[in-house]
Write a protein that binds this ligand. Structure first.
Ligand SMILES: [Zn+2]
Ligand SMILES: [Zn+2]
Length: 153
C-alpha cells in the first residue's frame, strides 16, 4: 500500500493562494465548496498542479485544513460531491469504506447475491445468516454445528 498515493509536498504561500482561489466558498461554511479549477474528467474530482505533478483537490484541501497527509487513506465525501473540497465534508476512509459508502448511497451496482448455498438450500432472508457483509446459509450452519456436536460426543 505504501507509496500508492503521492505524498503531498509542503505548499508555498503562492500555491496555497492559487489553490484557494479555485475554491468556490460562496455558499458558506456548511455548503459544498466546489472546485472551479481543472478536473481529471468532466464529472470527476478536481486536480491541482504542484511542481510537475497533479494532486487531487480534495486531498489537498484535507491536507491544508488538517495539516495531515491522507497518505494511503482515501479522502471520501460525506456529501457525495466529487468536486467538493470543503474539509467539513471530507473524511478519511479505506477503499472498502468507500465501496460500502457507495453501496449505502446506491451508487455501486449491487453484487448479484447467490440464491442457493452449495448444498442447494434456498437463501431466503429467513435462511440467511448475516455477519458483517458475509452471508451464509443457516441450514448449513445448523448441519455443521450438529456435526461438530456429534464429533465431540
Ligand atoms: Zn460537500
Ligand atoms: Zn445450505
Amino acid at each position: 500500500m505504501i507509496g500508492k498515493n503521492k505524498l503531498i509536498p509542503h505548499l508555498k504561500q503562492t500555491q496555497l493562494d492559487s489553490f484557494l482561489s479555485k475554491v468556490d466558498r460562496s455558499g458558506g461554511i456548511d455548503s459544498c465548496w466546489n472546485w472551479t479549477g481543472s478536473r481529471k474528467a468532466i464529472d470527476s474530482y478536481g486536480k491541482f498542479p504542484l511542481g510537475k505533478k497533479f494532486y487531487i483537490a480534495s486531498r489537498l484541501a484535507y491536507y491544508i485544513c488538517y495539516k495531515k497527509d491522507p497518505a494511503d487513506w482515501l479522502v471520501c465525501h460525506k456529501c457525495d460531491n466529487p468536486l467538493c473540497v470543503n474539509p467539513n465534508h471530507l473524511f478519511l476512509g479505506t477503499h472498502s469504506d468507500n465501496m460500502h459508502d457507495m453501496k449505502m448511497k446506491g451508487r455501486a451496482p449491487r453484487q448479484p447475491r447467490k440464491t442457493h448455498c452449495i448444498r442447494g438450500h434456498a437463501l431466503t432472508p429467513e435462511n440467511t445468516r448475516v455477519q458483517g457483509n458475509k452471508h451464509s446459509c443457516k441450514k448449513c450452519h445448523y448441519i455443521r454445528s450438529k456435526a461438530r456436536l456429534s464429533a465431540s460426543n
